[in-house]
Design a protein around this ligand. Structure first.
Ligand code: ADP
Length: 427
């Protein structure tokens, strides 16, 4: 909706301009149109003219005479003394004329009815209603009005299309910013140098290059440090074996194990992200995998609800996908503060693969954390407890695995209510 707001606003502006212009033209037309009364001298002429015509018709004409009159002057007429003739032709009657008079004169009835223009001189005896078929009268007056309205509509459509075209670079810029904020750091805005927005796009592209480099060097640094830590850690591990004090030895061993786990995760995460990790893909049943994971964690405190088909085969790295599933289930259990945790797993068949949703009714996550949740080392509660719930690496690895499978992951949550991790896997 937001995306179209600008266009809606422009369209609304044009629409209002059109309404104002059309209103102004209508008022202009009205103010130029003649007085809504026939001027006195013209009225006299008309009456005189129709008296002459009446004399020609006579007071008791026969149908042949009226037909002849029509052929000569193009005028139909309803004569007071020849009712049947007019009724047969379904001509308007005197009552119609009275009802449809447009009050241009006190002496003459004039107006339109039943596809006829009519005229009746009030004091003439016998009464005669003079009639001309509407389609025999040229519609000259309509042409300028229709032309003006047409021109206004044409100008509006043209202006709207022009604005749409002018704003095209802005749409490209918006797309670029969106792609970049979605994590596609390689995206650059493809604007030609001739475009008025080229400078803006170019600045954005330069900024994108810098940010991409910064993020990459941060990741490379993390990888190198992790690498370098491995050998000293192995040496410390050997040295710890030589310690006699069992208690100290156990504590140190546990710490070393945690550090090894963290280093291993960091290195794997880097490899997954930078395509250095080759997925070992094969055609596997995701449903079987879900059921296997569920079996391992279900107990009286953790209930699973499954909304999944009978089977669903996809080309995946089974071990990595199992890691994703276990990680999401373990998180749901780890961060639940209630006795009766319900984890709902849904698998939906979508166009290019499937969408899987892990939902739990646990503690939920505050909205402000959601956008950073998949970053390495990001934890909602940054205070590290001695027993340590984790290093904040789980979700970053989950994301890397999903993306390595060509999918996307996002999270929705409401504090103290629920959390959902939703991801797709593409074929
Ligand atoms: P960790 O190793 O600390 O669990 P993760 O990357 O797996 O790291 O998770 C990052 C943070 O996201 C966790 O510290 C936790 O606060 C939050 N989190 C993850 N899953 C859930 C969940 N299902 N419910 C509530 N909080 C969650």
């Amino acid at each position: 909706m937001k995306k179209n707001k600008l266009f809606l606003r422009i369209f609304f502006t044009f629409f209002m301009t059109a309404v104002i212009l059309i209103g102004a033209f209508t008022i202009l037309f009205k103010s130029f149109s003649p007085e809504r009364k026939i001027p006195g001298h013209l009225e006299k002429h008309i009456i005189k003219h129709f008296s002459l015509l009446q004399n020609e018709v006579g007071s008791s004409p026969n149908p042949e005479q009226l037909k002849q009159f029509f052929d000569d002057y193009g005028l139909q007429l309803r004569h007071e003394n020849l009712k049947n003739y007019s009724d047969e032709l379904k001509l308007p009657d005197f009552l119609d004329a009275e009802k449809n008079d447009i009050h241009l004169s006190d002496e003459i009835l004039m107006g339109k009815t039943k596809n006829f223009f009519f005229l009746l001189v009030k004091n003439q005896q016998p009464k005669i209603l003079w009639l001309v078929e509407q389609n025999k009268v040229p519609k000259g007056w309509r042409i300028p009005f229709i032309t003006i309205i047409g021109a206004i509509v044409f100008i509006l459509v043209l202006s709207f299309l022009t604005i749409h075209w002018i704003l095209k670079p802005l749409r490209l810029l918006t797309k670029g910013v969106q792609q970049f904020s979605d994590g596609n750091l390689k995206y650059r805005i493809p604007l030609s140098q001739k475009s008025d927005f080229f400078d803006l796009a170019d600045t954005f592209n330069q900024m994108a290059v810098k940010i991409e480099k910064m993020i990459l060097s941060k990741e490379v640094l993390l990888r190198d440090v992790s690498h370098e830590l491995r050998s000293p850690l192995t040496r410390i591990n050997v040295a710890v074996d030589l310690i006699d004090d069992k208690k100290i030895k156990t504590i140190l061993k546990e710490d070393i194990q945690k550090m090894e786990y963290m280093i291993q995760n960091l290195l794997e995460s880097y490899k997954l992200k930078h395509s250095e990790f080759v997925l070992k893909k094969s055609n596997e049943d995701l449903i079987e995998l879900i059921q296997m994971v569920v079996k391992d964690y279900a107990n009286e405190k953790v209930k699973f609800v499954l909304d999944i088909p009978g089977q669903f085969f996809m080309n995946i790295d089974l071990m990595q996908m199992e890691r994703v599933f276990r990680n999401l289930v373990e998180n749901a259990i780890k961060y639940a503060d209630r006795e009766s945790l319900i984890i709902t797993i849904t698998l939906k068949d979508i166009d290019q693969g499937c969408e899987i949703r892990f939902h739990d009714n646990g503690v939920g996550i505050d909205e402000k954390h959601l956008s950073s949740l998949f970053e390495p080392f990001y934890r909602v509660n940054q205070v590290r407890t001695p027993e340590g719930n984790g290093f904040g690496l789980g979700l970053s690895i989950v994301k890397s695995i999903i993306e390595a499978h060509g999918g996307k992951i996002h999270v929705t949550s409401e504090i103290n209510k629920e959390t959902s991790f939703i991801f797709s896997i593409t074929k």
